[in-house]
Ligand binder design. Structure first.
Ligand code: ZN
Length: 53
């Protein structure tokens, strides 16, 4: 499981946790999120997320 961070606002999507507030189940891989997924805080698309080291 990896984490991806929004390069704009710093929101972190954690695959192990998903995002309950968005209806995303724990264990959902970032690549399996819908193509129209947007950052819940600032609204940018998946292309603005980077894998957290
Ligand atoms: Zn953001």
């Amino acid at each position: 499981m990896k984490k991806y961070v929004c390069e704009v606002c710093g929101y972190v999507y954690d695959e192990a946790l998903g995002d309950e507030s968005l209806g995303i189940a724990p264990g959902t891989k970032f690549e399996d999120l819908p193509d129209d997924f947007t950052c819940p805080l600032c609204g940018v698309g998946k292309e603005s997320f980077a894998e957290e080291e």
